[in-house]
Design a protein around this ligand. Structure first.
Ligand code: GLA
Length: 388
């Protein structure tokens, strides 16, 4: 409740008063396992976290859109009478702009509006603050203008905003979980069919601990898109021999090794990661359903090794953080989470070992890197919703 009040106060300061405000929120996410599989038609297993974006807004009678970032103390303004374009100076605004653009592309008639938002998801941490901002904007604007795009389509609309307006060729995972997350559940998604299953996260005495390395990643640049291309190259080689292979989802390790001599070693390794990672997601779901947390933890560790060695999306700092965690008492598994090149680790840890993690892992990491790691223990949160 006090979040709505502080939002209203900040809104009034910029836009004169906080009357008639509708408020929405959308969460960030931590991906438990299934990394760099979404754009390969594969499987992912994220959960929504307690950190989110809160956005408030109301319609205007004209064509003017004003968007205010409470955290940055910046406001942008543009008219819907002109096509919506990117703003390189205020790049934070490209996420809500992109959503409004994608809504127009979907045939939605927009009106002018005033929006203000703040967030608690650390940016550049691999916890999907951008997807949360897109989804929060979409859910709020839907309500403001009375449009009724069903939720699965809203996910695709937000992804389109990021792919085609912001220019980051992300998969579907982040927007999906931000829209469809559910308290105490993680979401198993088949990224080919978009079929999903909410799996109760029954961890007993164990917790999901997210640890931010303090290394900010930047995904909009080349490395992420390059990985996608390497996967596509792999698919083309596999498909030449096995026409049924439309995506790495359709290949197995036997097929991959039959094509190895025609593949650049780097492409081979990228494919190796994706194929084994998809299998690890399926095994994780099975282990969790059987209450076998030890196996789930081992799969997390294997996922990290694969992301570090085959997919090469980790970095020395995050590798160190994972190693320290894996050696730490009460930790069943640890790995890098999200797009990579910095950001966060996800750890499966006994509730009694959380303090020891803070007392040992964090200082040991500081000593070797000079960086201050941030620790968050998160339960699985709900997806996007209107708050008032
Ligand atoms: C980023 C992208 C997601 C996904 C992950 C890697 O978070 O936005 O679509 O590809 O990287 O698993």
């Amino acid at each position: 409740m006090d979040r709505i009040i502080s939002l209203k106060q900040a809104f009034s300061q910029v836009f004169g008063d906080g009357d008639g405000l509708t408020v929405a929120r959308a969460p960030g996410r931590v991906n438990l396992i299934g990394e760099h599989t979404d754009y390969n038609d594969g499987f992912v297993f994220p959960m929504a976290i307690n950190m989110d974006i809160v956005i408030g807004g109301r319609k205007r009678p004209d064509q003017l859109v004003r968007i205010h970032s409470i955290d940055y103390q910046r406001t942008v303004e543009f008219s819907l009478a002109q096509p919506i374009t990117n703003d390189d100076e205020e790049s934070w605004s490209n996420y809500p702009r992109g959503v409004l653009w994608a809504m127009q592309e979907a045939g939605v008639h927009l009106s002018g509006m005033e929006l203000a938002f703040f967030g608690t998801i650390p940016q550049g941490s691999g916890l999907s603050s951008s997807a949360a901002l897109e989804v929060a904007t979409a859910v709020l604007v839907q309500r403001l203008i009375g449009s009724t795009i069903p939720r699965p389509e809203l996910v695709l609309l937000c992804q389109k905003a990021e792919n085609d307006f912001v220019g980051m060729k992300c998969g579907i995972m982040d927007q999906f979980i931000s829209v469809l997350g559910q308290k105490d559940h993680a979401l198993f998604v088949d990224c080919r069919t978009l079929a999903y299953e909410r799996i109760p996260l029954e961890l007993g005495d164990y917790r999901i601990l997210v640890c931010h390395s303090g290394v900010k990643h930047s995904l909009v640049d080349s490395e992420y898109n390059r990985r996608r291309q390497e996967c596509e190259t792999g698919v083309a080689i596999l498909a030449a021999k096995y026409p049924a292979v439309k995506a790495l989802r359709d290949a197995d390790l036997a097929m991959l090794s039959a094509c190895q001599d025609r593949m650049d070693p780097v492409v081979y390794e990228r494919c190796h990661h994706v194929i084994t990672e998809n299998a690890r997601v399926l095994k994780s779901i099975k282990a969790l359903k059987a209450g076998d947390l030890v196996t789930f933890g081992q799969l997390l560790n294997q996922s990290h090794a694969s992301l570090r060695d085959d997919y090469e999306v980790s970095c020395p700092e995050v590798d160190l953080l994972v190693e320290l965690a894996q050696e730490s008492h009460g930790v069943l598994g640890a790995r890098i989470t999200g797009g990579g090149f910095g950001g966060c680790t996800v750890n499966l840890i006994h509730v009694d070992a959380v303090e020891a993690f803070k007392e040992r892992v964090v200082p040991a990491y500081r000593e070797k890197t000079g960086l201050e790691a941030q620790v968050y223990v998160s339960t699985a949160a709900n997806g996007a919703e209107i708050l008032n």
